[in-house]
Write a protein that binds this ligand. Structure first.
Ligand code: SF4
Length: 323
């Protein structure tokens, strides 16, 4: 059974010019202990989806339709008290640029202990001891419990954020661009830490990134997003070796590979469409080298191809188009 099932989710931002459809009819699910990658260009809706899973969408944003079923309960129907119990205890998030979100006037120990007390009925001494344990767990060491955020590097602050997010033993951990802006060696160390935590605590993870190699190495399945919609949903290996959607294919061709022959990198021409006044039909049509007349008239439905899904008219009659 799926731990999380997102069905037909729509999230709009009310703008002067009309509603921006940041997320439009998105569906996907994630099984327990699975790591799901969410990938796509900036503004495609990845972070908006992540925030919606904890009901962190604030005006002018609004969840306008669909459901988010976690462990059999639609979290969109939960009371605020119900959400407070869910956040941290069941689902936790490490937000984008999170390492800059630490409170500069509190020690890291205080910030971890605060999180523990907010979600768990424990006394201060117990919370303090658990904060030390968390710092050990993320490889910082309990002796730094009284240090302030400015005494840490960016990578260490990100470890603190992971310590805070996992302090109440959530089942589902959402990592929104967790290694962006860090140097390559620190990125490697953090990815190893995340993999260790996943294995040790049997975590289910949603991993948001724009770096395809990171997704390829760390995720079981990948949801490729384009302009607020799911373009393709596939297991990772098949996506990389045989992408179905022209956008997935273009995304893969635009990243260097250290394996195989040297190939020229291709950029994706053009830019994503307006989300306020989107064109009719497929939103990728203006950038797609396989575009057909029908693409500009009709929104492509999702086709099921051997357990993968792809939203593209190329698959209306054939399972094997070349993209
Ligand atoms: Fe390209 Fe048409 Fe498929 Fe859109 S539906 S990705 S325009 S072929």
């Amino acid at each position: 059974m799926a731990l999380l099932e997102v069905k037909d989710l729509s999230i709009y931002y009310q703008m002067h010019r009309g509603d921006a459809k940041a997320v439009d009819g998105v569906s996907f699910s994630i099984k327990e202990n699975e790591t799901l990658g969410l990938i796509g260009e900036s503004g495609c809706g990845k972070t908006t989806i992540a925030l919606s899973l904890l009901r962190f969408i604030r005006p002018p944003g609004k969840i306008t339709g669909g459901s988010i079923i976690y462990n059999g309960t639609n979290i969109l129907d939960l009371s605020e008290d119900g959400m407070r119990r869910l956040r941290g205890n069941e689902i936790a998030i490490v937000r984008q640029e999170a390492q800059n979100a630490l409170n500069p006037v509190l020690t890291v120990g205080e910030q971890i202990a605060e999180q523990i007390i907010e979600h768990d009925k424990v006394d201060k001494n117990t919370a303090w001891q658990r904060a030390k344990d968390q710092l050990e767990l993320v490889g910082i060491g309990a002796d730094r419990v009284r240090s302030y955020p400015h005494e840490f590097s960016g990578g260490m602050r990100q470890r603190v954020m992971i310590a805070i997010a996992t302090a109440n033993y959530p089942k589902l951990l959402i990592l929104d661009e967790p290694i962006t802006g860090l140097d390559v060696i620190v990125q490697r160390q953090l990815l190893k830490l995340i993999a260790d935590l996943r294995d040790r605590f049997e975590l289910t993870i949603i991993f948001i990134a724009h770096d395809l190699s990171v997704i390829a190495e760390n995720c079981d399945r990948v949801v490729v997003m384009y302009a607020g919609k799911v373009a393709e949903n596939s297991n990772t290996s098949d996506l990389y070796h045989k992408p179905l959607h022209p956008y997935s294919s273009a995304l893969i061709s635009s990243y260097p590979s250290i394996l195989g022959e040297r190939q020229e990198l291709k950029s994706i021409p053009g830019a994503p469409p307006s989300l306020v006044n989107p064109p009719p039909g497929c939103l990728f049509a203006d950038r797609c080298e396989h575009v057909m007349d029908i693409c500009r008239q009709k929104i492509p439905p999702e086709y099921d191809i051997d357990g993968r899904s792809v939203a593209c008219h190329l698959y209306e009659h054939s399972k094997e188009p070349q993209v």
